[in-house]
Design a protein around this ligand. Structure first.
Ligand code: 0X9
Ligand code: ZN
Length: 424
């Protein structure tokens, strides 16, 4: 009887409208630069107190002298935090004035207003909406879009992958993998996956590059790799990063899925503390979301030639390794690919993207999906950090979705076509 009640309760939790934030999240985001080792210590200390949340870097251990830190500070702590920074002469400025206002813009539903002609793909969507979209897209385009269930999340939500294909071929087709939404708060990432799928459907047989991509390779798209975390950012905590798994040995929730893969797992650059945002989990692939992706890729490793993981923010095109300072086998080729892709973005969209191996371009971060996929034998493995560079961070307004997605799409197409056209 008790169990039945519990099941009814858990199921009814899902009915909670995702658009209501149960807590207000008004606060500011500060841009802070420490310039001495003492100031670094002070900043690390502040970033683990006062309910602050680090936006960049994701972990206090990556706070370095003379590199910019973005820190969310809840309204009630703004005065204390700024006083501490000022009394220690730490340079800081205001990056986001009012987070609540930007969250409201991101979650506003304009679809009911007929005068607003903003397309579905230029808005952010709740998890419920995305599941609905997955269903509709696969039923509306059965010839082009297939559906695969690759596993389920910690809270037992399905992990769906869409398989996009152009014309059939006699020989087994190679494939591209794209995942979005590993990190819950990076909303532009699932928005990119939806944009990408729509673009493939709309422009197949219309645009030469899209047609070539879909005729040459199958494309697997996982729109939300971390559905529990993503939902939590809509209902409860906009700044949440990890999944929502609970551990018997700690009261803290969640594992960083991009630290949970078996690539120098939990070495320097990840945390073994369950309360940290970069917690690596109890063992590699301990998390059902990481395990599902790893199992799928293991069983398709002979066909998948390209791996893309979509994140935000900071505008970077990264390739292995992030888990070590060693160079990848085909470092020069990967470097050329991201350099050209960044050039294309600069030329067409006048926007700057940094590029290079993760460990040198961003920071040493083991256990990531890109490095793991690369070691599995997927020679072309990338992580994209989409817009922006810190004006809005994770709270990128819907009006910026289109440009952010076009830039990501340009890089993805440029790299994929190089691999497709490479003489065998
Ligand atoms: O730290 C990460 O996981 C990624 N940056 S983010 O701000 N989106 O959290 C970078 C991932 C680079 N690749 C690996 N660390 N393997
Ligand atoms: Zn991320």
């Amino acid at each position: 009887m008790k169990l039945q009640l519990l099941i009814v309760f858990v199921l009814s939790l899902d009915k909670f409208p995702e658009k209501c934030h149960s807590t207000t999240e008004s606060g500011k985001v500060l841009s802070i630069t420490a310039s001495t080792p003492e100031q670094v210590d002070i900043l690390r200390n502040i970033s683990s107190q006062f309910e602050t949340v680090l936006w960049q870097p994701a972990s206090p251990m990556h706070i370095m002298a003379n590199s910019e830190v973005h820190l969310y500070v809840p309204g009630e702590s703004v005065l204390t935090v700024t006083e501490q920074l000022e009394s220690n002469q730490v340079t800081h400025s205001l990056m986001v004035e009012n987070t609540e206002e930007l969250i409201e813009v991101q979650t506003r539903n304009d679809s009911s207003d007929p005068r607003k002609s903003v397309s579905y793909y230029e808005r952010y969507h709740s998890l419920e909406d995305i599941y609905f979209w997955i269903n509709k897209t696969t039923t509306d385009y059965p010839n082009m879009v297939g559906l695969r269930l690759i596993g389920s999340s910690f809270e037992k939500r399905p992990l769906y992958v869409l398989k996009l294909s152009g014309k059939a071929s006699n020989t087994p087709k190679k494939a591209i993998w794209i995942d979005c939404g590993i990190h819950a708060r990076e909303w532009i990432s699932p928005a990119f996956c939806l944009w990408f799928v729509d673009n493939c459907i709309k422009y197949y047989n219309e645009n030469r590059d899209v047609t070539e991509m879909m005729d040459s390779m199958d494309i697997y798209v996982l729109p939300v790799m971390n559905p529990d975390g993503y939902r939590y950012t809509w209902t409860t905590k906009r700044m949440w990063r990890k999944n929502r798994s609970i551990h018997s040995n700690s009261g803290c929730v969640g594992v960083d899925l991009n630290r949970n893969f078996d690539a120098n797992w939990c070495t320097s650059g990840a945390s073994s503390n369950p309360c940290d945002d970069t917690y690596c989990g109890q063992y590699p692939e301990s998390e059902p979301e990481a395990k599902a992706v790893a199992n799928f890729l293991r069983s398709h490793k002979d066909t998948v030639k390209l791996y893309f993981s979509i994140h935000s923010y900071s505008q970077m095109l990264l390739f292995p390794y992030s888990c070590t300072h060693e160079q990848a086998r085909n470092h020069d080729e990967l470097h050329e690919m991201v350099r050209d892709a960044a050039r294309d973005i600069q030329r067409y969209y006048q926007n700057h993207y940094k590029y290079g191996p993760g460990s040198k371009t961003i920071y040493l971060a083991p256990g990531g999906s890109d490095d793991w996929a690369y070691n599995l034998g997927i020679d072309y493995s990338f992580t994209f950090e989409l817009q922006d560079r810190g004006q809005y961070g994770f709270l990128l307004p819907p009006s910026r979705i289109a440009k952010a997605c076009k830039e990501g799409l340009m890089a993805l197409k440029s790299i994929s076509l190089k691999v497709i056209r490479k003489p065998q």
